[in-house]
Write a protein that binds this ligand. Structure first.
Ligand code: ATP
Ligand code: MG
Length: 183
């Protein structure tokens, strides 16, 4: 499934609706310090189900909502949409009803996050599993954060194993086994 578009609205510094079109091949995002390059990658991670505020460089998940600036007041929600190509119909069942798959995550102050897939309400876990199985998940090693290379080098063996499991595409299985053991 190819990523086609990323849309942001009220997410971190992207207070106005912004659309990033992802063409085939290599995409580079260039800009001065603090212009929002890392925020874009975090938006991608977030719409794929990231639930650790620290991965968003925040203290709480609501910190992803535009917090206001000198000339703009704060927003009360943030929304990110990821549009993927599904013309080969390889999306798992439940997500495979159209040639495009659009995942939307929205967080509202004091009301938490809600997800939609092609307009239908879905659970956070469904989204996390979708991307974990596709090995492109929010914590996937394919998304390399600033400073992550040195973290990998310094990681304890258990943490490094998790990263390798993600790379091998079996973290979805790992999660399901964990849930089965809890039952
Ligand atoms: P660098 O080149 O230094 O890595 P960058 O382009 O990656 O910079 P980001 O870290 O993506 O920049 O953006 C940081 C900016 O986003 C800061 O100006 C910060 O104030 C702003 N920002 C982060 N969270 C919010 C928020 N909730 N509301 C408003 N602005 C925010
Ligand atoms: Mg950055």
């Amino acid at each position: 499934m190819r990523f086609n578009r990323l849309r942001l609205n009220g997410f971190k510094s992207f207070v106005d609706p912004t659309e990033l079109v992802i063409h085939e091949g290599l995409t580079g995002v260039v800009g001065p310090n603090g212009c929002g390059k890392s925020n874009l990658l975090e938006a991608l991670r977030w719409v794929m189900g990231e639930n650790r505020p620290t991965a968003m460089r925040g203290g709480g998940m609501e910190d992803v909502i535009f917090a206001g600036a000198a000339t703009r007041s704060a927003r009360h929600f943030a929304e990110v949409a990821l549009v993927m190509d599904n013309s080969d119909r390889l999306a798992p069942s439940g997500f495979n009803d159209a040639d495009q798959l659009e995942i939307v995550r929205r967080i509202t102050k004091d009301a938490g996050s809600a997800y939609k897939a092609n307009g239908k309400d879905v659970r956070a876990r469904d989204i996390q599993m979708l991307f974990a199985d596709a090995s492109t998940g929010a914590q996937s090693p394919a998304l390399v954060r600033q400073g992550q290379i040195s973290e990998l080098i310094n990681a304890k063996p258990k943490a490094r194993r998790r990263i390798l499991e993600e790379a091998a595409g079996i973290s979805g299985l790992y999660q399901r086994r964990h849930e089965a053991e809890l039952r």
